[in-house]
Design a protein around this ligand. Structure first.
Ligand code: C5P
Length: 212
C-alpha cells in the first residue's frame, strides 16, 4: 500500500503524512528533506544550486546531513527549491524514493511529485493545499516557536515572498512540476483546523482501502 501526499510548501502535508503513517503503522518519508540535503550540500561544497553540475555533485550528501536541524531553515528550503529544478537531480533521487515506496507493508511519502512521478501507482493520492497567506503565517509561527533561524527573526512579509517564489519555481519547472495527479483528492486546509483536515484524510484513505 503506497500513500502519496503532495502539496505546496507549508500546506500541512508533512504533519498529515506523519500522522497518517503512525495511524497505519507504516514508515513515512519526507522527500523534501532529500532535496533540502542536496541544496545544503551544494552550499557546503561552495557551489551554486542553479548550476546543474553543482547540484548533481551534491546528491551524494552523507546520510548524517538528513538529521541536521539546519535543513529546516528557510534558507535550506530555498536552496532545495533551486537545486530541485534540475532533471539530473530528480533522477538521482528517484531510486531512493521508489525503493522506499515499494517496501513490503507499504509506506507514506510526502513531497511534490509522489502521485505523479514517484508513485503514479499509489493506492491513495492526496494533494494538500492552502492559501499563500495562511501557509506563510504557519511557516512563520513555526519558525518563531522553534527559533529555527537563530540569527534574526524573519518578518512575515519576507516569508510570504519566499512562499510565492517557491510556489512559482515548483509549479513552473519543466520536470515533475508541482501539480495534483488527476486522481488525487485535493484538500484545502485554509479554512480547516488540523483535526478537521486529518479527519477528511482518514475518511478518504479508509474509503480507498475498502475498495482494494
Ligand atoms: O517540502 P519542502 O519544503 O521540505 O521541500 C523543499 C523543496 O524541495 C521544495 O520547495 C521543492 O522545490 C523541492 N521538492 C521537490 N520534490 C519533492 C519534495 C521537495 O521538488 N518531492
Amino acid at each position: 500500500m503506497i500513500i502519496a501526499v503532495d502539496g505546496p510548501t507549508a500546506s500541512g502535508k508533512g504533519t498529515i503524512a506523519k500522522r497518517l503513517a503512525a495511524h497505519l503503522g507504516v514508515p513515512c518519508l519526507d522527500t523534501g528533506l532529500l532535496y533540502r540535503a542536496v541544496g545544503r550540500q551544494v552550499a557546503i561544497n561552495g557551489g551554486n544550486p542553479d548550476i546543474a553540475a553543482d547540484a548533481l555533485a551534491a546528491c551524494n550528501f552523507p546520510d548524517k546531513l538528513l538529521e541536521d536541524e539546519i535543513l529546516r531553515t528557510e534558507e535550506s528550503g530555498s536552496l532545495a527549491s533551486r537545486a530541485s529544478v534540475h532533471p539530473e537531480v530528480r533522477e538521482a533521487l528517484f531510486k531512493r524514493q521508489r525503493a522506499f515506496a515499494e517496501q513490503p507493508g507499504g509506506a507514506v511519502l510526502d513531497g511534490r511529485d509522489i502521485g505523479t512521478v514517484i508513485a503514479p501507482d499509489a493506492d491513495v493520492k492526496l494533494f494538500i493545499t492552502a492559501s499563500v497567506q495562511s501557509r506563510a503565517r504557519r511557516r512563520w509561527l513555526e519558525m518563531v516557536e522553534k527559533k529555527l533561524d537563530h540569527e534574526e527573526e524573519i518578518p512575515l512579509s519576507e516569508i510570504e515572498k519566499d512562499v510565492v517564489a517557491r510556489d512559482a519555481r515548483d509549479i513552473n519547472r519543466k520536470d515533475a512540476p508541482l501539480k495534483a495527479a488527476p486522481d488525487a483528492l485535493v484538500i484545502d486546509t485554509t479554512t480547516f483546523d488540523r483535526e478537521a483536515a486529518f479527519e477528511m484524510v482518514l475518511e478518504a484513505v479508509q474509503e480507498a482501502l475498502n475498495k482494494r
